[in-house]
Design a protein around this ligand. Structure first.
Ligand SMILES: Nc1nc2c(ncn2[C@@H]2O[C@H](COP(=O)(O)OP(=O)(O)OP(=O)(O)O)[C@@H](O)[C@H]2O)c(=O)[nH]1
Ligand SMILES: [Mg+2]
Ligand SMILES: [Zn+2]
Length: 302
């Protein structure tokens, strides 16, 4: 095709798509712009208030001086939305995710508080949490392994893998089919390494052993695979607060404690020192794990 004919075809094509309202999904989000993937291509758009990665949007394509740009008209109704509140400031984080993969690693060591806080957050956001125990190629102490094993006992899926060497990646891929998964974890836990392994493309990773040229993920990006897998790689996180939730809701992140609490003598039992408390009884009988119980009490009193 001659170059002038190609230009005309391209022009007609853009005129056609510019007339129609397109729908798409936000796959990358920057401070004041975002990238939206539609059936007819990816378009850079000016961000609108509260928009996040994972949002489905309606947009109009407009021709800016050279390249086409998208103008977001509307954010579609979300089936889940995750936000983080710190010091009274609420930051929306990701939308339309079905599962949160909590990455844990022996180095940097993930605390049980971090895991339990994310389980609470996921449950209260209508999202299913599961655990990805990464870096199984590394030596880890018994205490750490014991800590991870308790989650299987409370029906939270645990997948042991090595993002670096590929061990068990297929099990993870099978599990996340038809799901939209957000990977969260401390900086250096291996979120980007894992995402790279799954999508088969090298993303920049955070080289822990080197103080120079360290790449820490700074934006959340959504990757789509042919087998209906959507993955969001997110920046590493230190700690989250749970201040946005009423204290009485914390128990929904602790299924096993919730179950036992149904047999406490009093409805308003504090599960610490009230008479007839079935939670403290189950704790001393070894039915409830001590670290889970301690985190439950701690989060209720934050
Ligand atoms: N031994 C080992 N190292 C790993 C594994 N997965 C990741 N790493 C290493 O851990 C370091 C951090 O990996 P990243 O994937 O950048 O971690 P991240 O969670 O994306 O970090 P942030 O973007 O800072 O949040 C890199 O040096 C990786 O090579 C693993 O399974 N085993
Ligand atoms: Mg990263
Ligand atoms: Zn009780």
């Amino acid at each position: 095709m001659s170059s002038s004919l190609l230009k005309i075809v391209r022009l007609v094509y853009f005129v056609l798509i510019m007339q129609k309202v397109q729908t798409g999904q936000v796959i990358e989000f920057y401070s004041n712009s975002c990238l939206v993937k539609t059936k007819v291509g990816k378009f850079s758009c000016i961000a609108i208030k509260n928009i996040v990665v994972g949002d489905f949007v309606e947009l109009q394509i407009i021709q800016d001086s050279k390249k086409p740009l998208g103008k977001i008209l509307k954010i579609k109704k979300r089936f889940s939305c995750l936000s983080i509140k710190n010091l009274n400031k609420e930051k929306f984080f990701a939308a339309n995710i079905t599962h949160i993969g909590i990455l844990v690693s022996p180095k940097p060591k993930t605390s049980s508080e971090f895991i339990d806080k994310w389980i609470v957050k996921a449950r209260l956001s209508n999202i299913e949490p599961f655990i990805i125990n990464n870096k199984i190629d590394m030596k880890s102490d018994k205490e750490y392994l014991k800590k991870i094993n308790i989650y299987e006992d409370i029906n939270i899926k645990v997948i042991n893998c090595s993002a670096k060497y590929g061990d068990n990646i297929n099990e993870l891929i099978d599990f996340i089919k038809n799901k939209c998964v957000l990977f969260i974890g401390n900086s250096g836990a291996g979120k980007s390494s894992l995402t790279s392994k799954i999508i088969g493309k090298n993303l920049k990773i955070n080289n822990l052993s080197n103080d120079y040229g360290v790449h820490t993920t700074s934006i959340s990006s959504l990757y789509e695979l042919p087998n209906s897998i959507k993955i969001i790689d997110s920046p590493g996180m230190r700690d989250i607060e749970l201040i946005e939730y009423p204290k009485e809701k914390i128990i929904f992140g602790f299924d096993e404690i919730l179950e036992c609490s149904k047999y406490c003598k009093f409805n308003d039992c504090n599960h610490i020192n009230n008479e007839g408390c079935n939670v403290t009884k189950s704790l001393s009988d070894g039915v409830i794990n001590k670290s889970r119980y301690n985190n439950f009490i701690k989060f209720k009193n934050l």
